[in-house]
Design a protein around this ligand. Structure first.
Ligand SMILES: [Zn+2]
Length: 349
């Protein structure tokens, strides 16, 4: 199957009332783990690369690895997404490579650290939307600022300093025309999200629900949404790791989000934990091993297990065969004639 527009993938998720995991990749084994999980659970999927991933793997390696996934798994709809683009140029380069979706994170200035003004965010996001939609490419924007830092990107802090204002979210969506909107509700990037199991004082699900009521046709995106399960932390620490105790976003809170307009859930940390735990276990218990396959194979299997579980929990499992991809040129026409500006490709529930 050719790569699919993320807009189509999320519109279908809205129709079906489920969420879609967006999993970060840097290398071949992670892409293989995601695809094995997608096949196992029959799930559509978003594969995403941060700027750091594009630099680590080099653009053309990563692009062709994801393309290989679409060739090997023709039955699985895959959207290829740029995670946290920091500038128009970053998003333009992803689109020109062949990504079917980009995130313009204008909540931060181009340095990826300093919170920007609302007007700056609107201006740069609108510029990306105009360029992307002309080419049938989906755009995710961000309003409010997430906590933490990942891949050198982020403002730091707890995630509660810049919680999204619902009025601003509405104005932002209307003025930019984004397809999907990342909102800040107290979550942070990285492993250290919460110091205890989060409640409503630190994880603002009420804000998410308020935004969805006012923007029912904009797909909401939860970032920093790994659950950071204790069993994955334990494996790492059991085999010589030194993770401090930490809590992520409980799956039941994500499921509440999915019932209230969340269509894309970003997961990276859980996969990193699973792979690192599996690698540590081999190196710790079998110190004579030196063939990378001896630890990359269990690492890949550990990640597949986490991804398949999330696909089931988010509800995307079983939906890979629901639809055929609409060619990107057709999607571009839908943006140009205004049909996609005012309504989803399919009616949201
Ligand atoms: Zn993010």
């Amino acid at each position: 199957m050719p790569l699919v527009s993320m807009r189509q993938l999320l519109d279908e998720a809205a129709k079906g009332g489920y969420g879609v995991g967006a999993f970060n990749v840097n290398d071949m084994e992670q892409i293989q783990a995601i695809m094995a999980a997608a096949k196992e659970t029959n799930s559509p999927v978003v594969i995403q690369a941060s700027r750091g991933a594009r630099a680590f793997a080099q653009d053309r390696f990563l692009f062709h690895l994801i393309l290989a996934a679409s060739e090997l798994y023709p039955e699985i709809p895959i959207a290829m997404h740029q995670d946290h683009g920091n500038s128009f140029e970053t998003c333009k380069s992803a689109i020109e490579l062949g990504y079917t979706s980009v995130m313009m994170d204008g909540s931060l200035k181009e340095d990826g650290k300093t919170p920007s003004s609302f007007e700056e965010n609107v201006a740069v996001t609108k510029r990306v939307v105009d360029f992307a939609h002309d080419r049938g490419v989906t755009v995710e924007g961000e309003i409010g600022v997430l906590g933490g830092v990942e891949d050198g990107h982020g403002a730091g802090g707890s995630g509660l300093e810049h919680v999204t204002d619902p009025d601003q979210a509405v104005e932002f969506a209307e003025r930019t025309g984004v397809d999907a909107l990342a909102i800040a509700i107290g979550t942070s990037h990285g492993a250290y999200k919460f110091t205890k199991k989060p409640d409503g004082s630190v994880l603002k699900m009420d804000v998410l629900i308020a935004i969805h009521k006012r923007l029912p046709n904009t797909h909401l995106v939860m970032h920093g949404s790994s659950s950071v399960p204790k069993d994955l932390q334990d494996v790492i620490n059991q085999y010589g790791g030194k993770l401090k105790e930490t809590w992520g976003v409980p799956v039941e809170e994500i499921q509440l989000g999915i019932r209230n307009g969340v269509r894309k859930i970003n997961v990276d940390t859980d996969n990193r934990l699973a792979m690192t735990g599996a690698i540590r276990k081999v190196l710790w218990t079998q110190p004579e091993k030196f063939d990378p396959r001896d630890y990359m194979k269990p690492a890949r299997e550990a990640m597949q297990k986490v991804v398949a579980l999330r696909m089931t929990q988010f509800g995307q499992a079983g939906h890979a065969g629901d639809y055929a991809p609409i060619p990107i040129e057709e999607i571009a026409k839908g943006y140009a004639d205004g049909t996609l500006a005012t309504q989803p490709l399919v009616a949201a529930k």
